[in-house]
Design a protein around this ligand. Structure first.
Ligand SMILES: [Zn+2]
Length: 826
């Protein structure tokens, strides 16, 4: 660890306020003298401090450097109080910088494990070193195998660091790359699907389509020839309905469309119904208003979909467990012991464009049932191309070939640690870096916003700012294959996370449309919303006020191209709710399901989390998700012309990060959490099952009362601190015994807040998918992206239809929440 901190500083960190003061302007010479004297005093005093005293002292150092409220008499020691830090930060992200950064990151296809992916990991390392004012490292420097002593020390010894540092961890998951995909319809004459995105005039990036041939990540090789059946969105309910109508999938190929749930769960449902293969196609009926039949030209001439565009993507069984298939719950080190893996399909699948699927659907005409008879969801936009959607089975045979190369591949997480005064409370911010092809929006818009955020932190650091709490930044790899980089890292450092992490802030795509979307643990919901309300758009309205600029998806629409929360409004599925309509009761911020890198942090290790993005509405240009047309040219022309949303995302996220990092008392709102739990319980109640939910309701009421007690204590502590510091020179070591006592109490409150979310973790996990431990929210078992609140209880009723089980789950949940209430009240 040499180079990050000197050996002599290991057990006796240099008093940062004194260090900062060494650079103080001439007018503050008095401060300099006092600071040096103080440092001397402190160095002496610290020798006798117990570890807990030292932690309280870290708070005092932070208060000295940041100031606390207006009551402090002398402000010279407050080099950068939080409100000033925010102002400095907000001025850094710029549209021009975003445009330039985005161009660099989206210049090449960089799927996980590829050469360009490794190059981007190095680029991030260099960018962050530069932004944070560190010495540039050679490309081989600070790159470690996960599990090595160096890699472990970067995290486990981070509390000893006094300066920021950047490094790369290499994990070794099992992934695959495409070799060959072919689909042939044995009509007369046979039709071969192109399975290839067309080169289009006006977007030179489209020439790179073959760099990542169309395929499904973590799909299996196979060669099947069979009749086929069209099964709508291919959700579990769709298969159940078709089977109830007498259709037999055994030995057949299922042809389903994207949308409504995570694609891997479509293949899972097909496989469980007995199908031997699965084709998932993009239906332009889910594209909103920007369609050819509404008079719009396909991209690049217009905002409509390119007929040959294909959505690549992982078919991992996300709701089973994310991460490397072969090391569930354990980090995928180079020499890891590996299982066969239970979270990917056993039948082959391929993604398909709407252009390719038209002859396949046409060959079903008159066979089986008119699909529209089964509900609107079974129809689609291809009626405008003369397609009548029928279920089949077909009389003609279809051949599906999928050939993939599956093996252990290296992936690279780039990480940065910025030490705060308080080093055992860490705010984590992460964004994945790997893309299916160029990924101008997914994820390079997020990579770009994250870059702006790091530049902002660098600007603060250049002025002598050091955060109250430590900050950990991550550029995750292999998110696209199944949240692999973040999951393996979290599994590696789960114990450290649980002892140190106060929140995890996620970004994925930050700008693929014009509607601002936030999702969060209820304790962070108002913080996220508040930040979105404070950041202004170019027309003067706030980001929050502009959250429906791209129009609102209707209740029955399934938007197939937005990452994350596309399940909204999907055919009134019981498990999908429009949380933005919950504003009267709640925060207007939806709960987190899965589909991005917050999953392991929240669902397995109980770290409160947020996710945010600008996503497409029905009036926005069609976003070609996971396609070669998610390109810089599309972004400049249709996605975020001025790159303003890239910069606004950095501002919103930066405010959330700074408030978590710099506030003396953590801005986690447990009372809002309790309010949302009432709503979760109401949703279970609305299912009408014969389960007595009164004890659960009482436990939630007790939690709310305890939380309100904690809120009062917070207010009281702040008042006491202000009083104790009034008329004083509020320097950590000069504030006296009373201040120390108050800071110790504040530290106890912060522990409660930090540990609150962990109260939802059940060690035994959610039955049937034990990797997931959070009983407050989980990705719906058959949704993947969308959240199911009180998942074990809800799914005992809706999926298992087991009342006894539901009663047990209600009792278990009541016990968990009662214990949370008790801990808060303690
Ligand atoms: Zn993504």
């Amino acid at each position: 660890m040499k180079g990050y901190y000197s050996d002599t500083e290991r057990d006796l960190p240099a008093p940062s306020d004194a260090r900062a003061r060494r650079r103080a302007p001439v007018g503050r010479r008095l401060a300099l003298l006092a600071g040096l004297g103080g440092a001397f005093y402190l160095a002496l005093a610290r020798v006798q401090l117990t570890p807990e005293d030292q932690r309280v002292q870290a708070y005092a150092d932070g208060v000295a450097a940041h100031g606390f409220g207006p009551a402090c008499k002398w402000r010279g020691g407050h080099r950068i109080p939080p409100h000033k830090a925010e102002k400095i930060y907000l001025n850094v992200p710029s549209n021009d910088s975003c445009a330039a950064t985005s161009a660099r990151y989206a210049a090449h296809a960089h799927p996980a494990g590829s050469g360009w992916d490794m190059v981007t990991a190095q680029t991030v390392k260099g960018d962050w070193e530069k932004a944070l004012g560190l010495k540039a490292s050679w490309y081989g420097e600070h790159v470690f195998d996960a599990g090595s002593a160096e890699s472990q020390a970067r995290v486990r010894d981070s509390h000893k660091a006094t300066e920021p540092y950047v490094w790369i961890d290499t994990y070794y998951p099992v992934m695959n790359t495409p070799v060959f995909a072919g689909v042939t319809l044995f009509s007369d004459p046979p039709v071969h699907a192109k399975l290839r995105e067309a080169r289009v005039e006006g977007d030179s990036a489209s020439e790179l389509a073959d760099e990542v041939r169309v395929f499904h990540g973590l799909s299996v090789s196979g060669d099947v020839t069979a009749q086929y059946i069209y099964a709508g969105y291919g959700r579990k309910d769709d298969f159940d309905l078709l089977q109830a109508k007498g259709l037999d999938f055994a030995g057949k190929i299922a042809v389903v469309k994207y949308g409504g749930n995570f694609r891997g769960l479509k293949v899972k449902a097909a496989q469980e119904a007995g199908a031997v293969g699965c084709i998932i196609f993009t239906d332009p009926g889910d594209d909103g208003e920007m369609t050819e039949w509404n008079g719009h030209k396909p991209y690049p001439e217009g905002p409509a979909r390119v007929p040959s565009s294909v959505q690549r993507g992982s078919v991992q069984f996300l709701s089973q467990y994310p991460g490397d298939p072969t090391t569930p719950g354990r980090p995928a080190y180079k020499n890891a012991t590996r299982d066969a893996g239970g979270n990917f399909p056993s039948i082959p699948s391929v993604p398909m464009s709407y252009e390719d699927v038209i002859p396949i659907l046409n060959a079903l005409k008159g066979r089986g049932m008119p699909a529209g008879d089964l509900g609107d969801a079974f129809n689609g936009g291809l009626t405008h191309w003369g397609v009548e959607y029928w279920t089949g089975p077909s009389d003609v045979q279809l051949r599906l070939v999928n050939e993939v190369n599956t093996r252990v591949m290296p992936v690279w997480n780039t990480m940065a640690f910025i030490p705060g005064h308080v080093t055992d409370e860490v705010v984590i911010m992460g964004n994945h870096r790997d893309a299916w092809v160029l990924g101008a929006a997914d994820p390079s818009s997020g990579t770009t916003s994250q870059h702006e955020l790091v530049r902002g932190l660098g600007a603060l650091r250049a002025r002598g700012w050091r955060p109250m709490r430590s900050i950990l930044l991550a550029s995750w790899d292999a998110e696209e294959y199944g949240l692999i980089g973040s999951t393996e890292w979290a599994e590696d450092f789960g114990d450290w996370l649980q002892a140190n992490a106060v929140a995890y802030l996620n970004l994925d795509s930050s700008a693929s449309g014009s509607n601002f979307r936030g999702a969060a643990s209820p304790s962070l919901a108002l913080l996220l919303r508040g930040a979105a309300e404070e950041v202004a758009r170019p027309d003067g309205r706030s980001v929050w006020a502009a959250r429906a600029d791209g129009g609102t998806w209707g209740p029955a629409s399934v938007h197939a191209d937005a990452d994350g929360d596309r399940a909204e409004g999907a055919d009134a599925d019981e498990e999908t709710v429009d949380w933005t309509k919950n504003e009267g009761k709640g925060s207007g911020i939806r709960p987190l399901g899965s589909g991005s890198d917050y999953t392991a942090f929240l669902q397995r290790y109980g770290v409160a989390a947020t996710d945010m993005s600008f996503k497409g509405g029905p009036a926005d240009a069609v976003y070609h998700y996971h396609s070669v047309y998610d390109s810089p040219a599309w972004m400049r022309r249709f996605g975020d012309r001025a790159y303003a949303r890239h910069a606004e995302s950095a501002r919103v996220l930066g405010l959330v990060l700074l408030r978590l990092a710099d506030a003396l008392i953590l801005p986690l709102n447990t009372t809002q959490y309790a309010r949302d739990l009432v709503y979760y319980a109401e949703r279970v109640d609305a299912l009408g099952a014969d389960v007595d939910l009164r004890p659960l309701g009482e436990a939630i009421a007790r939690l709310r009362a305890a939380s309100e007690g904690l809120d009062r204590e917070r207010g009281e502590l702040e008042r006491r601190l202000r009083r104790a510091m009034r008329g004083r020179w509020c320097w950590g070591w000069g504030c006296g015994r009373e201040v120390r006592k108050i800071l110790a109490a504040i530290r106890r409150v912060n522990r409660k807040l930090r540990d609150f979310e962990k109260g939802f973790l059940a060690p035994e996990g959610i039955r049937g998918r034990e990797w997931y431990r959070h009983k407050g929210t989980a990705p719906g078992k058959w949704l993947g992206y969308g959240a199911t609140t009180f998942p074990a209880l809800t799914e005992a009723i809706t999926i298992e239809k087991d009342l006894e089980r539901a009663r047990e789950e209600a009792a278990a949940l009541t016990a968990l929440i009662s214990a949370m209430a008790m801990r808060l009240a303690m």
